[in-house]
Design a protein around this ligand. Structure first.
Ligand code: PMV
Length: 335
């Protein structure tokens, strides 16, 4: 049996603006998507997606047909005839597409069948890159079991083509971070390694947003075509990058606060989450939504907290929601 794991990620600064070519800073974290691949009869594929309670056996040709239908649906989105929400309508379709896409790209038929199981402790759709990590884990487990050799650029390319079906227009940041691990400064496709923060990190998960990443990105498109706003995002990310390299917590807090303000301004932080961040602020903790946020509903996924230590006098209702999280240096790997 071959097992692969891929870490989730948190964006420290620059989400959304990154889709428009602005810089972005992100770190890989110790929450993982895992995939196991084991032998199966020739030209047969078995899926056991544990979080989704999805168990299915299919033939290689049925898998190819399924992929074809999803691809046609994506073309409809590209032609402006349907929303990105109508492309991958069911969560299991992401993994089935990932498998089929990789096999097609490598022109590899399943004469040695495969049985794939997956599990993830990255909350779905909460800004932690769950889709990217799952695509990479599935592709890597499959490649290991089928004896296929891929460079990290190959993984990136095939995984990004798959991620587009989920996000509509993906900057690739989630995939880059999950592939390489550690801290990453990402600008127009180029990446530079950065240190992980030297401070203890905490998150609060405000819950799965009603809107998907694809929907948020599409909704913000008219707003983010404003060069002044993009310049503001850029300035904050550049300052954050300096502060991270100097491990300057006070400056990181200032940048995170400004980035949070901009995200609220463009409309991806629901009022209830803004209030929670304000309450945290009263206790000396800076919070910022990480990832797409939300354009509908009350939940906006994960908030990353910046504080030297957790104050002892936090109200229990707040303290109970806080989870500790750590950076992951390694990225996609076999396990
Ligand atoms: O919420 P997530 O993990 O899907 O992060 C999305 C980050 C965006 O900048 C909003 C989109 C992207 O493709 O970069």
């Amino acid at each position: 049996m071959q097992k692969a794991i891929a870490p989730g990620k948190l964006i420290l600064s620059g989400e959304h603006a990154v889709v428009y070519g602005q810089p972005c800073l992100a770190i890989a974290v110790n929450r993982y998507a895992s995939a196991w691949a084991k032998p199966h009869p020739p030209f047969q594929i078995g899926f056991e997606l544990l979080n989704l309670d999805y168990h299915k056996q299919m033939t290689f040709s049925a898998l190819k047909k399924l992929k074809g239908r999803l691809h046609e649906s994506y073309e409809e989105f590209l032609a402006g005839r349907q929303s990105i929400r109508d492309v991958l309508k069911l969560p299991y379709q992401l993994s089935t597409y990932a498998v089929s896409h990789l096999l097609e790209k490598l022109n590899h038929s399943l004469d040695k069948g495969v049985h794939l199981s997956t599990h993830s402790d990255i909350p779905l759709g909460c800004g932690m890159g769950s889709s990217a990590s799952m695509i990479l884990a599935v592709m890597h487990a499959l490649a290991l079991q089928q004896g296929l050799t891929l460079s990290s650029e190959d993984y990136f390319e095939h995984a990004q083509e798959t991620e587009h079906l989920q996000h509509g227009r993906s900057s690739g940041i989630d995939l880059r971070v999950s592939l390489h691990g550690g801290g990453l400064y990402y600008h127009q496709g180029k990446m530079e390694k950065r240190p992980l923060p030297d401070f203890p990190l905490w998150i609060i998960n405000t819950g799965t947003p009603l809107s998907s990443t694809g929907e948020c990105v599409a909704t913000l498109a008219p707003t983010l075509e404003n060069p002044t706003l993009l310049a503001d995002f850029q300035a904050i990310t550049l300052a954050f990058d300096q502060a991270l390299q100097q491990q300057n917590l006070a400056e990181i807090q200032r940048c995170a606060k400004e980035n949070q303000y901009l995200l609220a301004h463009v409309g991806v932080v629901p009022l209830a989450v803004q209030e929670l961040i304000q309450t945290l602020g009263q206790h000396g903790i800076v919070g910022k939504v990480c990832g797409a946020g939300a354009v509908r509903g009350e939940q906006a996924g994960v908030i990353l907290l910046w504080t030297e230590s957790l104050p002892s006098h936090l109200p229990p209702i707040l303290a109970r929601q806080i989870q500790s999280i750590k950076g992951d240096e390694l990225g996609l790997r076999s396990a």
